[in-house]
Design a binder for this molecule. Structure first.
Ligand code: C5P
Length: 219
């Protein structure tokens, strides 16, 4: 049996992509598989936590004994998160939230028209920031997918979003990260930098959650 590091702790995790509707048959999304977030949810539950997983559209089974809420859009994810965020001890934002949504979702299927068409997009809410800036925030962990200057960009995000911890990965390497079964992470706090070597996402999730526990216990 694994040690119950998070016994009776409530941990909420966001995972997967979001889907921003254009019309009844089309949407904007990204290649996030949800695998990292689902692996973290499984490990957190094994370590004794009561886990709520807010999942975008992914084709993954729900880890045992995890409460799962499925959503589509970033706005839906924001609403689902805030429904029970007040009772959470730790919030881990693993989702690849679409940065933009379509301004006006068409009620009817758009017809093919001229050579070029224009969709006007507006910014989605930043779910992680909305949690970190609560009056009494839970311990917050973010992710940062970068293709260059991984550590410095992630450190800037840690500070800007007022996070306790951020896990950064280099998505320029196609054998790791997005859609892959493997990943490698650089885990930052305001006073530390730790490298987690390339590994399958389950083992990496375990390493990450041990770091989360260490930092959470000190906070
Ligand atoms: O700023 P950036 O999108 O790179 O930040 C990534 C982190 O913020 C991830 O933890 C992601 O889950 C979270 N995020 C969010 N809501 C958004 C955008 C990003 O929760 N709208």
């Amino acid at each position: 049996a694994v040690e119950a590091l998070f016994k009776d702790k409530h941990i909420m995790i966001t995972a997967g992509p979001t889907r921003e509707e254009i019309d009844p048959v089309r949407y904007i999304s990204n290649h996030s598989s949800g695998k990292m977030g689902f692996a973290i949810a499984a490990v957190a539950q094994q370590l004794g936590a009561k886990v709520t997983l807010i999942a975008g559209p992914v084709s993954l089974p729900t880890p045992p004994n995890v409460i799962r809420k499925d959503i589509n859009s970033a706005q839906d994810m924001l609403n689902a998160v805030h429904e029970t965020i007040a009772t959470q001890d730790i919030f881990i934002a693993c989702a690849a939230v679409a940065d933009y949504k379509v301004n006006k979702i068409s009620a009817q299927k758009l017809k093919k028209q001229s050579q070029n068409i224009t969709l006007t997009l507006s910014q989605n809410p930043d779910i992680l920031s909305s949690v970190a800036f609560l009056e009494k925030p839970p311990f917050t962990v973010g992710f940062a997918a970068e293709t260059q200057h991984v550590e410095s960009y992630a450190r800037a995000k840690l500070e800007k979003k007022k996070l306790n911890m951020i896990a950064a990965n280099d998505v320029s390497n196609s054998t790791l990260g997005f859609n892959s079964d493997r990943n490698a992470l650089i885990v930052l706090t305001s006073s530390s930098t730790q490298h987690l070597a390339p590994n399958n996402k389950s083992l990496l999730a375990m390493e990450l959650m041990k770091l989360v526990h260490k930092e959470y216990s000190r906070s």
